[in-house]
Design a protein. Structure first.
Length: 94
């Protein structure tokens, strides 16, 4: 994904509310299933990651991205943004 595509998704993400929160249990198989289901339905999602340092949030976001085969877009505060193209929906033209 190039910088122009990421920039466009960041603009779209501004209006997206968090769908999922990472709980105290951390990244569990059920959490990953929920992320995959949600990202397949919506393409662009935010996940709330609280109570961690910025570096740890970045590491957690990269791990979620890898496990869900999605593209990590950005972290702002406690919100991590992810994108995964759904060819059937493709509402973001990326």
């Amino acid at each position: 994904m190039n910088n122009a595509q990421k920039k466009a998704l960041k603009a779209h993400a501004h209006h997206v509310k968090s769908f999922i929160s990472l709980g105290n249990a951390g990244i569990t198989p059920n959490f990953i299933k929920e992320v995959i289901h949600t990202i397949n339905a919506h393409e662009l999602i935010k996940i709330k990651i609280v109570g961690e340092t910025k570096a740890l949030k970045q590491q957690i976001a990269q791990e979620i991205s890898s496990l869900t085969e999605s593209e990590f877009i950005q972290i702002i505060g406690n919100q991590a943004t992810f994108f995964k193209l759904n060819p059937e929906k493709n509402k973001y033209n990326v």
